[in-house]
Design a protein around this ligand. Sequence first.
Ligand SMILES: Nc1ncnc2c1ncn2[C@@H]1O[C@H](COP(=O)(O)OP(=O)(O)OP(=O)(O)O)[C@@H](O)[C@H]1O
Ligand SMILES: [Mg+2]
Length: 273
Amino acid sequence: MTTPILSLNNVSKSFGPIDVLHDISLSLHAGEVLCLLGDNGAGKSTLIKTLSGVHQPTSGTIEMDGAPVRFDNPRMASEKGIATVHQFGGTFPLMSIGRSFFVGVEPTKGWGPFKVYDRKRANEIAVKAVRDFGITRIEDGDRLVGGLSGGERQSLAIARAVHFGARVLILDEPTAALGVKQATHVLRIVNEAKRRGLAVIFITHQVMHAMAVGDHFAVLIRGAIAADFRKGEKTREEITDLMAGGASMASLEAEIEGYMASHDGHPPQMARM
Ligand SMILES: Nc1ncnc2c1ncn2[C@@H]1O[C@H](COP(=O)(O)OP(=O)(O)OP(=O)(O)O)[C@@H](O)[C@H]1O
Ligand SMILES: [Mg+2]
């Protein structure tokens, strides 16, 4: 087996008296998608914040290419090639596509005191990077990010990370607020990032999304790894039950789907009081 790009060894994280992560060991390889699953509050976001320098482990170690690393802040993680698209936003609605693509790393023309942001060049590069990922509806780099759809915005963030040489891409619920078509688009882009050799950590509550892209799955329950398995080792029903913390949810889900199929896609109504 090759050396993992990133590995966590017995990582725990507490906030004061609150223990959020317990003894997490996981490894991540280039060209692989690791799906991190688990119910609300299981510790998924805390885990990826620990990997991206927002938090530091209380105990345990993180290794990159087999050597121990320590990220005191998000910049240190990003300099090592870890790009994180966090759960809530992180984009700038009033910025243009070109601007937001280069925020912090603007290409300039001229020199010294004459340096100015090269808007035309920034737009060209940003639009090309996004289009290379198959988002051909974006043609104008002057458009505001706020006017993009949720899926386009996620795709822009992913294309940006790849363009600037990320080796590890961490996505915290990128498909959560998206419709079927947009979510499919983001999943396709995740596959493209993987094809380009990045290691991806993908967090989702949707089993079908996880199964569509995942090579490796880890289920967190109350801050501990409850299951760690590879593609094809578990059925959709087994994964659904694990994500619900072991409760038997799969049969309920199947029942609701069956109901919707026979009622024109309408969910069951609550009985009126
Ligand atoms: N800074 C903090 N201080 C104290 N507790 C925290 C802190 N950050 C997170 N927690 C707690 O850690 C637990 C895990 O939170 P986390 O956000 O990691 O869950 P999650 O798995 O991402 O959930 P969701 O699926 O809802 O996004 C929660 O109980 C949360 O309240
Ligand atoms: Mg979260």
